[in-house]
Design a protein around this ligand. Structure first.
Ligand SMILES: [Zn+2]
Length: 427
């Protein structure tokens, strides 16, 4: 299997030809030729395939809203070659059996590498540690553990989780939310929540857990990853912890880079999400933190939901929004077109660092001869209006509906095979 990519611009730099053979980059140069297939990539930016640390694929349990296959299609169309599937399925991914099931469904779909996340606690109950070692030793080779959707709130349990994951070369990905401070919370706590009469989700509920957890990680000498940081104060705490040498990494979602709590004014529950959309000052701090590397990665928190769980009263709606298919476009809009990130830095925040955090071999690799051909080709100049009906996801809860965004994923390659060709998924 040979494929010649003609005229692509690695990291947005000078155009070259890239020859892909047997799943790896076999040559990079000018005027390369092949007897095999040629893909015209003139003007397209070439990046390593994107890696998502935070995807909800809903299988097993809610196959009416997403399956591993439909989520894999959405991921490939978004330029991803690997996604971490969160553990809050039904049943919960808290045993070797469930993580192996998800891993097999991913390899059967064959569009992206689906990497299961294991639950930290049994049933996400927050009381007993799950079988972390068995999940790590399973065929799924779990390295990221998370109760995402719920916080590991008990500090003694969190300490033990950090000790176990350290021994497994794994990481706890914490959903930082002190539950006693967010009872009944509907949106960001501030001037707007007061005016709209909605119960607020205060920034301190996130920041208090991050402060505690970076101290615990330092004490244990373990790695800690913070999911979806959403406040300026969280960025400051992570910057402080990194300056002390704490092994902490953090992610931000596309929606927290673009949208604010002003979206709640219309009571459209599409914009209900956990943690909630914050203020413009928080958005600016998140962008600055991602630009200077304090925030390591962009992660989608892709959260498909059924229409009846979103097209209802705000207070009854489930939190979460789609993300996989528009993540790169939102990053281009908020970070590249604003001059905050170069394309090489986009590759770092959306591929290199997430792959390193998840300990994924074969992803997030440099664009060099001998490396696996996990690649994405992007048209940076294309602009399109997001139409939820056209998405590959089974759900329609996109916060970008009707919004014009830049950059289009044209081709995605998984180990040298086109998973997406000319914007169309191949399976
Ligand atoms: Zn979460």
């Amino acid at each position: 299997m040979t494929l010649l990519i003609k005229g692509a611009r690695p990291y947005g730099e000078d155009a070259v030809d890239v020859l892909v053979e047997d799943g790896v980059i076999a040559a990079i140069g000018t005027d390369l030729s092949t007897t095999g297939e040629t893909v015209d990539a003139a003007g397209l930016v070439l990046l390593p395939g994107l890696v998502d640390l935070h995807t909800h694929l809903r299988e097993p349990g809610r196959e009416d809203t997403e399956t591993v296959l439909t989520g894999s299609r959405a991921a490939a169309l978004g330029g991803y070659t690997a996604v971490h599937a969160m553990a809050n399925t039904d049943p919960v991914a808290d045993t070797a059996g469930v993580v192996e099931q998800v891993w097999r469904l991913g390899s059967d779909a064959g569009l992206v590498d689906v990497v299961p996340v294991g639950a930290v606690t049994v049933g996400l109950g927050g009381e007993r540690l799950a079988e972390l070692g068995a999940m790590a030793d399973s065929a799924a080779r779990v390295r990221v553990f998370s109760d995402d959707g719920k916080c590991v709130a008990d500090p003694a349990l969190m300490r033990r989780a950090l000790e176990y994951t350290k021994a497994l070369d794994g990481v706890v990905a914490q959903h930082a939310e002190e539950p006693r401070l967010t009872v009944g919370a509907q949106m960001h706590e501030g001037e707007r929540s007061a005016r709209l009469g909605m119960t607020g989700w205060p920034a301190v509920a996130e920041e208090a857990i991050i402060a505690r957890d970076v101290l615990l990680a330092e004490h244990v000498g373990a790695r800690l990853h913070v999911c979806h940081v959403s406040t300026a104060g969280s960025v400051e705490l992570i910057r402080w912890a990194k300056s002390r040498g704490v092994q902490v990494t953090a992610e931000v979602t596309p929606h927290h880079l673009l949208l604010t709590d002003a979206q709640a004014e219309g009571y459209d529950a599409t914009f209900k999400v956990n943690p909630p959309l914050r203020t413009g000052e928080d958005v600016a701090a998140l962008r600055a933190g991602l630009a200077d590397g304090t925030v390591d990665a962009v992660a989608t928190d892709h959260a498909p939901h059924a229409a009846e769980d979103k097209e209802c009263e705000w207070s009854a709606a489930r939190p979460g929004m789609l993300g996989l298919e528009q993540a790169l476009s939102v990053v281009v809009e908020t970070m590249v077109d604003t001059g905050l990130l170069t394309w090489r830095e986009v590759a770092d925040r959306m591929s290199v660092r997430p792959a390193a955090i998840g300990r994924l071999a074969g992803h997030g690799r440099p664009l060099e001869v001998g490396e696996p051909a996990n690649l994405v080709l992007v048209d940076p100049g294309a602009r399109a209006v997001v139409d939820p009906a056209a998405l590959a996801s089974k759900s329609r809860n996109s916060p970008y509906a009707g919004r014009e965004l830049p950059a289009r994923v044209v081709h995605t390659l998984l180990r040298g095979e086109l998973s997406v060709r000319d914007g169309k998924v191949q399976k």
